[in-house]
Design a protein around this ligand. Structure first.
Ligand code: ZN
Length: 155
């Protein structure tokens, strides 16, 4: 497969997620909800996660608006999150961030699934923030869950 064909395939996948986002909507009974914005581009995401007692993601949904990169990225992310523990989810976020910073090794990692379609975005520094917005929300969500667990309401 030539590089041009590959990138147009990726382009299609991004547009497909943008037009038909997965897991879009509110999540009644969410464990944590995080709002993240990227004012440079006008992107907004509200991420909802429902976790079980072992920090495993039972459901992940989002509401958002903005460019195709930001919305496709968070849509793809929610697909990957289901069934993962918070640690696994954070490892995914780290891997995706590496890819956005140009790591070719990360771009070949099958764990990223459809998220690999966004690897071309790493060539456009202003758009990297768009692609990372969902993962920023995820990292913030993990932080909040864990700070709650440390408190008196935990357990
Ligand atoms: Zn954007």
């Amino acid at each position: 497969m030539t590089e041009i064909a590959l990138s147009s395939l990726y382009q299609q996948l991004i547009l497909e997620h943008y037009r038909k986002p997965r897991n879009k909507g509110v999540l009644p009974g969410a464990t944590v909800e995080v709002h993240m914005a990227n004012p440079v581009c006008g992107d907004e995401i509200r991420l909802h996660l429902q976790l079980d007692g072992e920090e495993r993601v039972q459901a992940a949904t989002f509401i958002g608006q903005g460019c195709s990169i930001s919305q496709a990225s968070v849509s793809m992310m929610t697909v990957r999150l289901k069934g993962k523990t918070l640690d696994e989810a954070l490892a995914l976020a780290a891997r995706f961030t590496e890819m956005m910073h140009g790591s070719r090794e990360a771009a070949r990692d099958r764990k990223l699934g459809e998220l690999r379609a966004l690897q071309g975005v790493s060539k456009f520094p202003v758009r990297i923030k768009c692609a990372l917005l969902g993962f920023d929300a995820l990292q913030e969500a993990a932080k909040r869950v864990r700070s709650q667990a440390d408190g008196p309401a935990g357990g």
